[in-house]
Write a protein that binds this ligand. Structure first.
Ligand code: NAD
Ligand code: TYD
Length: 393
């Protein structure tokens, strides 16, 4: 029996991770610790809450007494720390909360685990591991070499990741590797970098068994509609303008969330202690092209499957590129993120299985088929946030 303590599992990636491990392993227990902030929704783990293998606890990762009690009560083998303030735009308006949750919360989890996992004769109990979920944003911003995507340069390492696929592409000739110096540029990424550093410090100083994974932009089911892809889908259905920051030229590397979850579980079970693993898709796209693709797919689905048109608050003909509205750019907007996941491919056999064309269609259809979930997370506070964030852009 393996027991996971998963923090932040009522959020986007955490809930997908819990679904993934429960579906894959029968001999596990999962303790979920989540503060249920605006980004955490019990509706995202409604089925899992009825699973006898799952215990849910509402609470803060920074609460020392609570975390110590959970570790004492449950014989936790793996801690997977997803809990975080995760939205760059919010970090620009309220940086302090990001430092509290992302840095101090991480340190608290590490410290409680250090005490709970120390063996009587010294050293750590066998089989324990702390995994910090980090981000490619800790590496800062890469230059964009080309305005249009190019095919990947196929080295032996890259071939191991992409196999015979030809759909992967890049906008630049440099990638983030685990050796790339850390150079965060937003309050969010600075807080995540600090969390990585304190995680590595616990490994170096106290010998804590840790790993860090750094992933690119995830997309998929249960994604809160303040992030680009779900926000665009939601706005299209409501016939609202689609806010594109600046010229929409910034590039992100998009990773289907289930592929990410698989990589995390591989690192937990097989990753070398003390190592960092990049997890990414070799799937770069500019924001403007992402928005255009989402518009085109929704318009096609609405035309081919007219029963979905009842979800539209505007005429079908209005779903076109005319909805795009260029708005003021994000301050300090990172130009390009691009992950090289050769290390996890080489050591653990992970690769990004889901082509973007498949993943984005699944994501859009999930959003069409789960309007109740979207409604439940976009009432009240969400509307206030949206009005505040976009009114002066
Ligand atoms: P999310 O914002 O959707 O969810 C965060 C979850 O953490 C929520 O359930 C929230 O209630 C919980 N939480 C927040 N503060 C807490 C606290 N103090 N104590 C306990 N729980 C708390 O985030 P996400 O997109 O699922 O991201 C998960 C992790 O992955 C984060 O650490 C994020 O930095 C990292 N990450 C995300 C992406 C992405 O594309 N979404 C990319 C790279 C890295
Ligand atoms: P986001 O989903 O916030 O993720 P991150 O900033 O962590 O990469 O944004 C993805 C990209 O989309 C980023 O370059 C900012 C841009 N963006 C917009 O153009 N409009 C929007 O309304 C949002 C939320 C993001």
């Amino acid at each position: 029996m393996t027991t996971y303590l998963v923090t932040g599992a009522a959020g986007f990636i955490g809930c997908n991770f819990v679904k993934y491990i429960l579906g894959r392993h029968s001999d596990i227990k999962v303790v979920i610790l989540d503060a249920l902030t605006y980004a955490g929704n019990l509706a995202s783990i409604a089925d899992e809450l009825h699973d006898a293998r799952v215990t849910f606890v509402r609470g803060d990762v920074g609460d020392r007494a609570l975390v110590a009690k959970l570790l004492a009560e449950h014989d936790v083998d793996y801690i997977v720390n997803f809990a975080a303030e995760s939205h760059v735009d919010r970090s620009i308006t309220n940086p302090r909360l990001f430092l509290e949750t992302n840095i101090l919360g991480t340190q608290n989890l590490l410290d409680c685990a250090r005490h709970a996992w120390t063996a009587d004769g010294g050293g750590y109990l066998p089989g324990k591991k702390y995994l910090q979920i980090s981000t490619d944003e800790v590496y800062g911003s890469l230059p964009k070499t080309w305005d249009e995507p190019h095919p990947l340069p196929v080295t032996d390492d890259i071939r191991r990741v992409i196999g015979s696929r030809s759909d992967m592409k890049t906008y630049g000739d440099r990638f983030f590797t685990e050796q790339t110096p850390l150079a965060p540029r937003s309050p969010y990424s600075a807080s995540k970098t600090s969390a990585d550093l304190i995680t590595m410090a616990y490994h170096a100083t106290y010998g804590m068994p840790v790993n860090i994974t750094r992933c690119s932009n995830n997309y998929g089911p249960y994604h809160f509609p303040e992030k680009l892809i779900p926000l665009i889908i939601n706005n299209i259905l409501q016939g609202k303008k689609l806010p594109v920051y600046g010229r929409g030229e910034n590039v992100r590397d998009w990773l289907y969330v289930e592929d990410h979850c698989k990589g995390i579980d591989m690192v937990l079970r097989g990753g070398r202690v003390g190592e960092v693993y990049n997890i990414g898709g070799f799937n770069e796209e500019s924001n403007i092209n992402i928005v255009r693709q989402v518009i085109a797919i929704i318009a096609r689905i609405m035309r081919d499957e007219p029963h979905y048109q009842q979800l539209l608050s505007c005429p079908l003909e209005a779903i076109n590129d005319g909805l795009i509205q260029h708005v003021a750019d994000r301050p300090g907007h990172d130009m390009r993120y691009a992950i090289d996941p050769s290390k996890i491919a080489r050591e653990l056999g992970w690769y990004p299985e889901t082509p973007f064309s498949v993943g984005i269609e699944k994501t859009i259809r999930w959003n069409l088929d789960h309007r109740d979930w979207v409604k439940s997370v976009t009432t009240g506070d969400y509307q206030r946030y949206y009005d505040e964030m976009y009114k002066n852009r």
